[in-house]
Design a protein around this ligand. Structure first.
Ligand SMILES: Nc1ncnc2c1ncn2[C@@H]1O[C@H](COP(=O)(O)OP(=O)(O)O)[C@@H](O)[C@H]1O
Ligand SMILES: [Mg+2]
Length: 283
């Protein structure tokens, strides 16, 4: 047996934040979107950011993506300040996102295939035409789409669920180390919602990814996460493993979020077993 196999205790930190803050505006118009948050996100962990609309989840996610600059505090990626490397593409090769609205992520005027192929622009060395097409096909199959289903098609010809899978296919092409999934399930119906989560697990297992899963649904977070961060008004008010956060919440915010989840999800949590979607990871 190889003796360098990482155990959970040895997992390196991917992101390390200390008093990380992001504000907008000045004086009376000052908004503190993210307020002195501190956390560690370890390699190959699934971390859920949970909180109500407007609490700062997307702004925090964008800082991890290097799409927003911190106003103050520390944010390290792989042990180095996130802005240290001049070329941001260096970061985007390693950290990629799936956002809420898949239609906004694709240009309506180009075919799906052309846009999946354009992902290769981020690579240092662009593969040959044949290899690109082959890798696009592989990525489509990974998300259960037959390549001919999308042949010659444009984004508006696909359903919301299919488009979400196109975003995931992009991730299979780019194979980033970290995936930031910002409310990826809110656009799709309950059926595809379970499907999307299955893909997230597949990404974690097959591509050995670290995943930051942004959601307002604490029940969902419970099933997928190794760690849950509860956010409220820009702060992280509670963080820990899902069992700890859900079974013995310490903050009023967490208790309120638990009150708000549908009865059916609460039943699953109480029984300590996954519901219809078998998603809970054993630690
Ligand atoms: N570009 C911006 N300019 C000014 N305020 C912003 C900007 N982006 C986000 N905010 C504010 O930051 C707060 C957190 O927003 P956001 O992270 O999008 O919340 P969430 O994703 O949790 O719903 C909100 O009050 C929002 O209005
Ligand atoms: Mg948001």
């Amino acid at each position: 047996m190889p003796n360098d196999a990482p155990t959970p205790l040895q997992k390196a930190a991917k992101f390390e934040a200390r008093d990380l803050t992001r504000t907008y505006g000045h004086g009376k118009r000052l908004t503190t979107a993210v307020d002195r948050v501190s956390f560690t996100i370890r390699d190959r962990e699934i971390v859920s950011l949970v909180g109500q609309s407007g609490c700062g989840k997307t702004v925090l996610a964008k800082m991890l993506l290097r799409l927003e600059t911190p106003s103050s505090g520390v944010l390290d990626f792989d042990g180095r300040p996130i802005g240290e490397v001049k070329d941001a593409r260096e970061h985007w090769r390693k950290v990629q996102a799936v956002f809420q609205d898949p239609f906004a992520a694709f240009n309506q005027f180009f075919t799906i295939r052309a846009q999946l192929k354009s992902s290769f622009r981020l690579f240092k060395e662009k593969p040959s035409e044949a290899e690109m097409n082959d890798r696009v096909d592989q990525a489509l199959l990974a998300v259960n789409i037959k390549p001919k289903e999308i042949e010659g098609k444009y984004p508006f010809e696909l359903s919301g669920g299919q488009m979400q899978r196109m975003l995931l296919a992009r991730i299979f092409i780019l194979k980033p180390q970290v995936l930031i999934a910002d409310e990826p399930t809110s656009m799709v119906d309950a059926c595809s919602r379970a499907g999307i989560l299955d893909y997230l697990m597949k990404l974690k297992e097959e591509l050995q990814m670290t995943i930051v899963f942004v959601t307002h649904d604490i029940g969902l977070a419970y099933y997928v996460s190794d760690s849950i961060f509860i956010m409220h008004k820009g702060e992280i008010v509670e963080q820990g493993p899902p069992d700890q956060v859900i079974q013995s919440p310490t903050s009023e915010v967490t208790k309120q979020l638990l009150e708000d989840i549908p009865q059916v999800n609460r039943e699953w949590i109480r029984r300590g077993e996954p519901g219809p979607a078998p998603l809970k990871q054993t630690a």
